[in-house]
Design a protein around this ligand. Structure first.
Ligand code: FRU
Length: 498
């Protein structure tokens, strides 16, 4: 049954959401119906359809009391809007319905598990948020919060765990029909840990073990965990707050962390390696699902908490999701590539091969803001080029640059001239591994973002750009001479029925 608070949100989005024309949104990245979006929630299949919920504040383009917005998709690219699923309408979630997950119950209903936040005063009279895990059950459209909420609270934490930072349950159903959840928590040393819980029915939960802890090494609080098998290994991902930079691997602020290891019921999780997930400017709180065909697919909030105040004036929606990515492992590292469904929207193929590049050039048919382009760069002979630049979203005034330096093995994203007149972080560099002297960059543009996949997904880097849509030129430039192949497709979504 829908509460007044939820009904108000549903009425609001139904009335004002349609005011936003499709052209003001990305063509294939998920955005909120209206207002603010952050983390992906409940990314999962239910009755054969992919559902994506999201942290949602419909009433403004700023973070506020968290609701859950709701989308559905058949191909991870075209999103059907459904009415808001959850609103902060109970004592135990009166300060917000924070992030969580979803799973199908054996009786065919859909279970949502989220963090209910309640505001209270601490011993010094200061406001503090207490977090507990709650459950709502529904039919893919309407959800009922259960009477036993919260289903996990301070009493279910291991020793030293803080109920002030106890959030973001990601749940899944095991092959034996039982449920598991991973939840972020702050431990006595002030940094994060990921806790594993078990349930027979999705309603009564018990603590199993701590899977891994930060020990003040990778940031502080670990938010939004996920835990899944991949190519014979076990992967634990989380989004740490307050990271310190480490070389070009991790940057300051909110980051992403992928821990790869093994898991056994006796040994627990044994971590073998740690890496960042995305090396660009805007990517946080990723969540994955297992598709019916076995693919592990990840989606994230394509935004950065430290730059959320830098947005176009009076925008009617803010926050978008990344392009969903297929995950795999190679040589102990995470490989990420755009979902293969993207290829079905490719049109107007343009190919240029063996093009020598020295000054800045453009090529016939290579321009646009909604496209999928692969650029392969190699030396022309024994002499190496010093650098290579791809400029996108370009006009006389604007450009966003992807710069490759073969001597350093680095790529730098640079959106300083992307059109946003705010002094936020606009550049990020990361390490890549050229193969046989060749560098392959797949660049996906969708009106207000670019996502770069280096060498078939060895690195991925995302950035939001707010450049006017008329800025659609693309150029290539080398310091020295480089040889280049370009394969470019427009991506057309209007030409096919949903
Ligand atoms: C991560 C996060 C989560 C929390 C949510 C609140 O971006 O801080 O930990 O559940 O956002 O909107």
């Amino acid at each position: 049954m829908s509460s007044d608070v939820l009904q108000k949100a549903r009425d609001f989005e139904a009335q004002y959401g349609p005011h936003i024309p499709d052209q003001e949104r990305p063509a294939f990245h998920a955005t909120p119906t209206i207002g603010w979006m952050n983390d992906p929630n409940g990314f999962s299949f239910y009755k054969g359809e992919c559902h994506l919920f999201y942290q949602y504040h419909p009433y403004s383009n700023e973070w506020g009391p968290m609701h859950w917005g709701h989308l559905k998709t058949r191909d991870f690219l075209r999103w059907e809007r459904l009415p808001a699923a959850l609103a902060p309408d109970q004592d135990y979630d009166s300060a917000g319905c924070f992030s969580g997950g979803a799973a199908e119950l054996p009786d065919g209903r859909q279970l949502l598990m989220y963090t209910g936040v309640q505001r209270s005063r601490n011993a010094d009279g200061f406001l503090q948020d207490v977090q507990a895990q709650c459950v709502a059950i529904g039919d893919g459209l309407n959800y009922e919060k259960v009477l036993s909420n919260p289903v996990l609270d301070a009493g279910d934490l291991p020793k030293g765990g803080s109920a002030i930072d106890f959030r973001d349950p990601k749940i899944w159903r095991e092959a034996d029909g039982t449920f598991r959840a991973v939840i972020g928590n702050r431990t006595a040393d002030g940094s994060g840990a990921i806790l594993l819980y078990h349930s027979e029915d999705g309603l009564k939960w018990e603590f199993v073990r701590t899977l891994d802890r930060c020990c003040n090494q990778y940031g502080k609080m670990w938010e939004c965990p996920d835990f899944f098998p991949l190519d014979g290994k076990q992967v634990l991902i989380t989004s740490p707050q307050d990271m310190k930079p480490v070389g070009l691997e991790f940057h300051a602020g909110n980051g992403t962390l992928c821990l790869i290891g093994d898991y056994g019921p006796e040994t627990g999780f044994v971590r073998q390696s740690a890496q960042a997930i995305d090396y660009g400017l805007d990517f946080y709180a990723p969540q994955t699902l297992e598709a019916p065909d076995g693919r592990r697919i990840m989606i994230a909030w394509m935004q950065n908490w430290d730059t959320v105040n830098a947005k176009p004036c009076n925008c009617r929606w803010f926050g978008q999701m990344s392009l969903p990515r297929e995950l795999s492992l190679k040589d102990g590292r995470l490989i990420q590539n755009p979902v293969r469904e993207l290829e079905t929207y490719r049109t107007r193929r343009v190919v240029h091969q063996n093009i020598p590049v020295c000054g800045e050039i453009n090529l016939p048919g290579v321009r646009g803001r909604v496209l999928d382009m692969t650029v392969t760069i190699r030396p022309t002979g024994p002499e190496r080029y010093r650098w290579f630049r791809i400029r996108v979203a370009k006009d006389g005034e604007h450009e966003t640059i992807i710069r490759y330096r073969p001597d350093q093995g680095t790529i730098k994203l640079d959106r300083i001239r992307g059109g946003l007149p705010r002094d936020i972080v606009h550049t990020r560099s990361f390490l890549v591994r050229p193969r046989d002297g060749e560098m392959k960059l797949r660049v996906i543009l969708d009106r207000c973002s670019l996502e770069v996949f280096a060498n078939d997904g060895e690195q991925a880097a995302s950035a939001v750009i707010y450049t006017r849509q008329e800025a659609d030129a693309i150029t290539f430039e080398a310091g020295g001479t480089a040889m280049m192949d370009v394969e470019k497709y427009d991506l057309a979504f209007d030409e096919q029925e949903v």
